[in-house]
Write a protein that binds this ligand. Structure first.
Ligand SMILES: [Zn+2]
Length: 381
């Protein structure tokens, strides 16, 4: 059972991030793990984060939907969590997957404001509607996860709506995210850049393109973790968000950064490569190479190169009509035009995330699939 819980926590780990291009909602981890009414279990349980993430994925009709979690530092030693759960949260903190703060204050709303994300919280934020008018003016921007049939559902306390909706990044957010930032604190997991920490070099290098939004203190960009003034480290590299659609469903998004090629295939041999194997049937597995296509972002253009044995195809403008499909032979490259999709195999497509529609009823892959029934007493759907 312990082993199974570890597997669930690993799955949840894949759904927490502070990357502004990938996070789809903001939440307060200390709040979510205490939603005891979701499963009538112990006072605090990290698996409740998985339940809320699943509910979000269901509403957004996408798999692998990551959340931006704000974590009060006290949570790292919260005696209501198991030692294993505390260890997992500490690891997330060390890796910069979550944002740990001594005093979270309004940071959750600040992040939501800068990034244009919905907030998942049972708090009402009545006093903050002056500073953040979207709290009441934009339906779907603040939603409370509450118990429902088959898992949590979202309801609005203020502002209406019951499906999480993203807004635009605020003007300040857009400005802050155009630059990369450096924290003077050695080994800062959020705004690090060389040096510090015994394990700093064991950590996966954080791309400056994926830095979280700085906090603003008296108008100055500040590290939310260390309270230190951040220095401007130059323009942030350009990015484009691509999405993988398998069987009509968006299975995951990934960030393509200028100067960093990304391999996509059955099981690419590249750190940060996009692994499709888990979503493929036997025929697709046989057809699709370990590394099948390579994406690059050059001067704002997405370039795809086939690196496979069997070749791919392009669906110009997203057209699913067979006569429109253009073959992409092995070693051939092409610039992706608006709405173009790359097709690795029938039903396996990649395109720009904001242009790729879902084309099938949603059948989610639960992040909780491994959850032992002993640990979580979910109401029957
Ligand atoms: Zn810092």
């Amino acid at each position: 059972m312990r082993f199974e819980i570890s597997k669930v926590l690993d799955a949840i780990e894949g759904r927490v991030c502070t990357d502004p291009s990938l996070a789809r909602a903001v939440l307060d981890l200390a709040e979510v793990i205490r939603y005891q009414d979701l499963d009538s279990g112990r006072p605090a349980n990290l698996l409740r984060l998985g339940m809320v993430i699943d509910a979000l994925a269901r509403d957004l009709e996408e798999d692998s939907v990551p959340v931006y979690a704000i974590v009060h530092r006290a949570l790292l030693s919260d005696a209501d969590l198991t030692s294993n759960e505390r260890m997992v949260v500490r690891r997330w903190a060390d890796d910069g997957l979550v944002e740990v703060l001594d005093n979270p204050g309004d940071r959750m709303l600040e992040v939501a404001d800068l990034l244009g994300l919905p907030v998942l919280s049972r708090a009402r934020f009545d006093g903050l509607r002056g500073r953040f008018p979207w709290v009441v003016e934009q339906p779907g921007r603040v939603l409370a996860p509450v118990p429902g049939a088959g898992g949590p559902v979202f309801i609005a306390h203020v502002g209406g709506g019951n499906v999480p909706v993203a807004g635009a990044r605020s003007a300040t957010g857009a400005k802050l995210l155009a630059r990369q930032w450096r924290c003077p604190e050695p080994g800062c997991a959020l705004f690090g850049g060389g040096g510090g920490g015994a394990f700093a070099d064991l950590r996966a290098e954080r791309s400056p393109a994926g830095q979280p939004p700085p906090a603003l203190r008296h108008g100055a960009p500040t590290c939310p973790r260390h309270g230190a003034r951040l220095s401007d480290a130059g323009p942030r590299p350009r990015t484009e968000v691509l999405a993988v659609r398998v069987g009509g469903l968006i299975r995951r998004r990934f960030v393509l950064t200028e100067g960093q090629a990304v391999l996509v295939g059955r099981a690419p041999d590249q750190q940060g490569g996009i692994v499709l194997g888990q979503w493929l049937n036997d025929e697709a597995r046989r057809w699709i190479s370990r590394s099948h296509v390579r994406f690059e972002l050059r001067v704002g253009e997405v370039i795809v190169t086939d690196v496979s044995t069997n070749g791919s195809g392009i669906r110009p403008g997203g057209s699913m009509a067979e006569p429109d499909r253009v073959p992409l032979a092995p070693q051939q490259s092409r610039v992706l035009s608006t709405n173009d999709m790359v097709e690795l195999y029938p039903g396996v497509q990649i395109g720009r995330a904001d242009e790729l529609p879902a084309g099938a009823p949603f059948t989610p892959t639960s992040v909780m699939a491994e959850a032992p029934t002993m640990a979580m007493r979910l109401p029957k759907p």
